[in-house]
Design a protein around this ligand. Sequence first.
Ligand code: SAM
Length: 280
Amino acid sequence: MTQIDTLPPLRAVIANHGLSARKSLGQNFLLDLNLTAKIARHVGDLSQSDVLEIGPGPGGLTRGLLSEGARRVLAIEKDSRCIPALEEIAAAYDGRLTVIEGDALEVDPLTHLQKPIQIAANLPYNIGTELLVRWLTPPEWPPFWDSLTLMFQREVAERIVAKPGSKAYGRLALLAQWRSDAAIVLNLPPEAFTPPPKVSSAVVHIKALEKPRFEADAKTLERVVAKAFNQRRKMLRAALKGLAPDLEDRLLAAGIKPTDRAEVIGLEQFCALARAIKAP
Ligand code: SAM
């Protein structure tokens, strides 16, 4: 195993700082620095980027990002016990790491970062999907980030990259694929983490496109998709009831049979439906 930096191994960091994992904070740590460096390489060209990292914990992925050459890393961590360990990394990497103690759902990272910005995280599972949906639905497109490289439970990762007709296909797939390219780049078994979680995990890489794949008003598309999959077993004429008085005509105008179910409708058709619903 190659040494990625001169800091102590993560097991020693955890012992020195008393960082016993807390379930309430979704703490499943990656302790293999070769693995975290490998994840960092999936982020892309780090030397020209600032990286926002959510939930650095004892700093395994943070060290991977820095050793792979990130221009700057801003790490937001809620657990105050981790801050001294992270400050040791900041000292070893010449001010390229800034650590903020806080809740990633509340801290505004933008004042601390310069574009291009990549986001990388082994996310706390309890807030992972919420953060992802926020990043995929910003007020304007293109968003403030160029790419997201995120660890999820395998089942969530599959929902992000799913195609029509599969069980995993739904709102997350449509939100992710409308304006980005999304792919699973790494699968990890539970034993890759300390302590091991109950389920397998996967790293998803999402790259923002300059423009949406198909034209649609973002709010209308989000509303249509949320309603369609809220009752995914129902025919669309029932699931989307109340969205427009002449709903069946608008479905037909978008090339969709009113008797179809949401799970067989592709992105292009959902965008056509959003346009038909928005039309006067
Ligand atoms: N990145 C580290 C690694 O890969 O070993 C730790 C990953 S662990 C799955 C999730 C981390 O997110 C923990 O360090 C936890 O304390 C932190 N965390 C949990 N909720 C958070 C929140 N709302 N804001 C910021 N960090 C949070």
